[in-house]
Design a protein. Structure first.
Length: 368
């Protein structure tokens, strides 16, 4: 007996390709009813039903829009993160909520929507938007209902297994990162010789250090501690050039071998706060999401105002890099500001100075 799954046909849809011969090609709206979400602010008198946005439930209200299985799709903002929901919910006004017809399994519709090429249907680049018409007119391939249900059940199981593996891997990565940090901290505060006599560093969060290690302030370890600025973007010529311009997003926790942007010689001359730092130098991110990140730059370049550069030292650069990495959490703790936490150069000098009491001035090149 011939297996129907041995026969395929061209779907005529570029992002799908070939499909089993018996699958139906039709527009999405013929299998599902797409509805607009609404503002929930009139129902804030009680927190009962989940209000759903592109990231899932973010609030609760006293009314619900639908009770049952539904597919949620972003209308404005995040449009490429479909959600499957079941039960009573309210969909916010930047969302569509779609109710499957009798011949469409909702969970299958969810997995199908994960494949949609949303970038082809977005009406804006600054704030991605999706119209109900464009969404409904997307051509898709549908098997019979029983096959949809089998596919959805299979994907629930396989994706669940994969998600469990991802969780385990993430837990392992977190543990390894913590272990790495403890190895760094132990080495730069205690050294490699476990038998060396210790003394109290006088700093609670460092504890004991080798007896022969000397204190020193970070400001005395470097000949240069500085920053930079951002040339005006309105003058396009500022960014047409070959001078490396390092930003906090380029600080990767290791070595910087290249950066995303460059500036012109004209901008370098126009802005007195810009200077070319000669590699190698240590660079610390002072603002935003990357605050506290530390790298060694192997390229000459200028920096923006969110970066603190430390250069010209008689100490071993790698050792200083690891020593500063061990204090990263403390630097982040000392960061100020809610929306955009920041560390000033003065804070780096002050708190790195406290930590630099563990820096040794002899045999420092023995460390890798």
């Amino acid at each position: 007996m011939e297996n129907r799954y041995d026969k395929y046909k061209d779907s005529g849809i570029a992002w799908i390709g070939e499909i089993p011969e018996h699958w139906e090609i039709t527009s999405f709206k013929r299998k599902i009813t797409i509805n607009n979400g609404k503002d929930y602010k009139d129902f804030l008198d009680a927190e009962i039903y989940p209000v759903m946005g592109s990231g899932g439930c973010f609030a609760y209200c006293s009314n619900y829009m639908y009770d049952g299985e539904a597919l949620l799709l972003g209308r404005k903002g995040t449009i490429d993160k479909p959600l499957y929901v079941k039960g009573k919910f309210w969909a916010v006004d930047t969302m569509f909520y779609a109710i499957p017809h009798a011949n469409l399994d909702c969970k299958f519709a969810y997995y199908l929507a994960l494949m949609f090429p949303f970038n082809l249907y977005s009406t804006s680049t600054s704030l991605p938007s999706l119209t109900q018409t464009d969404l409904g007119n997307i051509l898709v391939a549908f098997p019979f209902l029983s096959e949809q249900q089998s596919i959805a059940t299979y994907l629930d199981q396989k994706c669940g297994e994969i998600d469990e593996l991802i969780t385990l891997q993430e837990e392992m990565i977190t543990k390894l990162q913590s272990y790495k940090q403890s190895v760094i901290t132990e080495a730069v505060t205690k050294g490699l010789d476990k038998n060396v006599p210790l003394k109290d560093s006088g700093i609670e969060w460092i504890g004991n250090t080798p007896e022969h290690w000397n204190k020193n302030k970070i400001i005395r370890l470097f000949g240069i501690i500085g920053s930079g600025t951002t040339p005006k973007s309105s003058k396009e010529d500022n960014y047409i050039g070959s001078v490396n311009w390092i930003q906090s997003g380029d600080i990767n926790g290791g070595y910087i071998e290249s950066c995303k942007n460059t500036i012109s010689d004209t901008a370098l001359k126009e802005y007195t706060t810009l200077k070319i730092y000669k590699a190698p130098f240590i660079i610390v991110a002072m603002y935003g999401a990357s605050v506290g990140n530390i790298s060694i730059s192997n390229i000459d370049g200028c920096v923006n105002q969110a970066c603190c550069v430390m250069n010209e030292t008689k100490q071993n650069f790698k050792y200083l890099f690891y020593a500063m990495n061990s204090v990263k959490k403390y630097l982040i703790y000392k960061a100020e500001g809610g929306g955009q936490p920041n560390i000033s150069q003065d804070k780096i000098k002050k708190h790195m100075a406290a930590y630099s009491s563990s820096l040794r001035t002899t045999n420092h090149r023995q460390l890798p």
